[in-house]
Write a protein that binds this ligand. Structure first.
Ligand SMILES: [Zn+2]
Length: 768
């Protein structure tokens, strides 16, 4: 604060000055400021480049050297001279329009130290940036790859590659991420194309690493560095770099094609925008506020999209079975033609590649890098669990059929006497309402977005001993997006930043996920590069007369994805390769799943809720019913997960697969319901093309560890215990991927993990 009541903004970098000037109400006159080369040591000249016609403006600067002085710019960008790189902007004055002082709050906001990302890119910038990035990486690879075996050492191989990866990951993620969130299509397309152009390790680089490992084991006394080298060699071999040239070429071709296909699959899904039209009467049963929020056609019909905030409320509540059937059929036919073909080609190519690399199947290839290690271990896990869950499902089905009978009689629909795919969510929702008296729609009123966000952020800060501060007027990709700074609460040390992008919009990534954008790792200069993560979700947006209200499911999703963001930020690995959530894929969900438990406990739930009209807390009795309802539909829900997990394993253990057929058969066998004829949910099963192939089982697998961690430590010692929270941050989150998950678990639990808590959480008996 200075004496005139406004805040000075201190800068160490001229692009930040640009940001502040841009944020100033008059700042849009400026496009940027650039540093002018000056030969005098210690003197920096800045040149302002203006957008619009502007006569003159003034920036008041105040640092030790320039305090009180005023500097003028001319429209054509006359430069100013400063004696240091750090200076303060106090006000900006335009010749004819007046003065803009920077208020304290905004000034605080723009100081995003250490963020190397930019959301001001245009579609035209992307290809240029990609070429530059490829060029930069090629130069590093050329340098490493040209070393002779007796020249290799830690600095010219390990450090050179780690440094390059640190920068590369950041720039690449910046370009990549836009395909999921950019507002204009041209930008998303450019980002997608960028993704396709960027690729991986080279033969000569691999040879240099192998030579280094052979020659210099003494230089690898540091365990993380040794792990880094081992991992690079393993990854190289998994790319076939130890194989003859012609095989390598084939593998490269396969990988390129697979990568393109994967991107197209995802893009098709993101761009999917089917809209169905129903009369309000046809949608009877759906919540009133939901109906009110729907756009109408000119004829007054309701427009229903297949995005989650439309689809799920309808499937849970709309009484008319024909409407549900129409919706379910459309939902599980999303991208049917194009993505079924893509997935089936992917299955063939994955198998072909696995064989070339010496693995019997793609599943065997993938699991070689996972906690589970083999397809047999996964199959045993899923099969045994399925058998245990069948009795629960049978009980649930009995109730479903009974409810269905009553409902259809009451509303005059003809009952076909079977369970159909389009009945499932409806019946599950009835069971929650009738058996546990949970009316999710009534419950929703206690979860307005703002209250949930506030409570959630407080809980995470307390539990993990962190401090979050919202960055005002941050550089973001859409006006709905917010940004927060994360510091260690005790030391005040900056840990990273996260973005929250919570509402749906056209062309945006359609699920909920956390993206690690800037990896936390050691930079070339030896200092830490802070981590930046983004949480992207599709929660119901506020309407004119109602704030954004979250279902309990959505609260859980929010908590879960946010947990991944914290993993990204709290991880303190040295190498980008081990940053954040770069742990074994079948462990990666465990830390976040564990945190979901907070959405089922009284204290945290109370802190995240308050009626949107009165602010009143959730009544105790409702809370109790909610927590009891956690095991509602456990049989069906988990068997559905097992079906998807087995589907994924099955198609990836064969040379080719008829995906619709495999899915329908497994669904019939495990759930007692085949797919609806003509549909193929696998065409919209993002995981299958988004890096979860042969790994979907990981959600259930990691739940074993999540429940063990929760019951054995937090439940016992206190779910808000700062001591356990500190252990959790230090032993589970902080290592990132620099340790094996099994070791992290042993460190946190004090023993090997056991499945007992997991079985109890599903309403089953632990094994004797
Ligand atoms: Zn997750």
């Amino acid at each position: 604060m200075n004496d005139s009541g406004s805040m000075d903004v201190k800068f160490g970098h001229n692009s930040l000055l640009t940001q502040v000037l841009m944020k100033c109400p008059m700042g849009d006159f400026l496009s940027h400021m650039t540093k002018v080369k000056d030969n005098t040591p210690g003197v920096n000249q800045y040149k302002a480049v203006c957008y619009r016609e502007l006569r003159a403006f003034r920036v008041a600067l105040a640092d030790d050297a320039t305090k009180g002085q005023t500097w003028y710019f001319n429209a054509d960008g006359e430069s100013i001279t400063l004696t240091s790189d750090e200076f303060y902007v106090r006000e900006i004055t335009l010749a004819d329009t007046g003065t803009c002082r920077l208020p304290k709050r905004e000034a605080r906001g723009v100081m995003t130290t250490g963020v190397k990302l930019s959301w001001k890119l245009t579609a035209a910038d992307i290809p240029k940036s990609v070429d530059a990035l490829i060029e930069k990486t090629r130069a590093v690879y050329d340098a490493v790859g040209s070393l002779s075996p007796d020249e290799v050492n830690y600095n010219n191989v390990v450090k050179a590659l780690a440094d390059s990866e640190c920068e590369y990951a950041c720039e690449r993620n910046n370009l990549d991420f836009l395909q999921h969130v950019a507002t204009d299509k041209e930008m998303r397309d450019a980002s997608c194309d960028a993704d396709k152009k960027l690729s991986d390790m080279r033969q000569d680089v691999f040879d240099a690493i192998v030579a280094f490992q052979k020659k210099n084991p003494a230089e690898l006394s540091e365990p993380e560095a040794a792990r880094f080298v081992e991992r690079l060699i393993k990854l190289g071999k998994r790319n076939g770099l130890h194989l003859p040239k012609d095989v390598q070429t084939k593998i490269k071709e396969l990988k390129k094609r697979m990568s393109d296909l994967g991107i197209d699959y995802g893009k098709n899904l993101n761009e999917e925008n089917t809209t169905l039209e129903f009369t309000e009467e046809e949608l009877a049963g759906a919540p009133e506020d939901f109906l009110k929020g729907l756009e109408r056609t000119e004829g007054g019909k309701c427009k229903v999209t297949l995005k989650y905030p439309h689809y799920f409320p309808c499937m849970k509540k709309v009484r008319n079975p024909n409407v549900r059937r129409t919706l379910e059929t459309a939902f599980n036919s999303r991208c049917l033609k194009e993505n079924t073909a893509i997935l089936e080609e992917l299955v063939r190519l994955r198998h072909e590649k696995a064989k070339l690399l010496g693995f019997p199947t793609h599943a065997a290839f993938v699991l070689d890098m996972r906690m589970a290690k083999t397809p047999e271990a996964v199959s045993k896990f899923l099969t045994e669990l399925a058998a245990k869950l069948q009795p629960l499902r049978e009980e649930e089905f009995k109730l479903y059929m009974q409810y269905k009978q009553e409902e259809y009689a009451k509303y005059g629909f003809e009952n076909d006497g079977k369970m159909n795919m389009w009945d499932l969510r409806y019946c599950m929702s009835m069971l929650e309402e009738r058996k546990y008296s949970i009316d999710h729609n009534a419950l929703k009123e206690y979860f307005p977005m703002e209250t949930v966000t506030k409570g959630l952020l407080e809980i995470y800060q307390e539990l993990l001993n962190l401090k979050f501060v919202q960055v005002k007027d941050a550089d973001v990709w859409h006006e709905d997006v917010t940004m927060y700074e994360v510091r260690d609460a005790k030391s005040g040390e900056l840990m990273g930043y996260f973005y929250l992008d919570l509402y749906p919009r056209e062309g945006k990534y359609g699920h909920a996920a956390c993206f690690g954008i800037q990896p936390g790792c050691i930079q070339p200069d030896g200092k830490r590069q802070i981590a930046v993560a983004a949480m992207v979700a599709n929660f119901t947006k506020a309407t004119a007369d109602q704030p954004s209200l979250l279902t309990h499911d959505e609260v859980e999703t929010y908590f879960h994805e946010f947990g991944h963001c914290m993993h990204q930020i709290c991880a303190l690995a040295k190498f980008a390769l081990f940053s954040g959530t770069n742990v074994e894929r079948d462990f990666v969900e465990a830390p976040s799943q564990m945190l979901e438990n907070w959405c089922w406990e009284k204290e945290p739930l109370s802190r995240m809720s308050g009626h949107y009209k009165t602010g009143e807390p959730i009544p105790d009795e409702l809370l109790q019913r909610l927590t009891r309802s956690r095991v509602a539909n456990a049989g069906v829900f988990n068997l559905r997960q097992i079906t998807l997990g087995m589907f994924d394993q099955t198609i990836h253990k064969q040379p080719e697969a008829d995906t619709a057929k495999v899915l329908s058969e497994l669904s019939e066998k495990l759930m007692g319901i085949p797919s609806t004829p003509g549909t193929n949910m696998a065409a919209a099963f993002g995981h299958m093309a988004g890096g979860y192939d042969a790994q979907y089982y990981g959600y259930l697998w990691s739940e074993v560890f999540c429940m063990d961690m929760f019951y054995s430590r937090f439940r016992k010692e206190g779910i808000m215990s700062p001591a356990v929270g500190a252990d959790y941050r230090r032993l589970i989150l902080q290592p990132g991927g620099s340790l094996d998950a099994a070791d992290m678990l042993r460190n946190f639990l004090g023993r090997d993990p056991k499945p007992d808590a997991f079985l109890i959480s599903k309403g089953l008996q632990p094994e004797q």
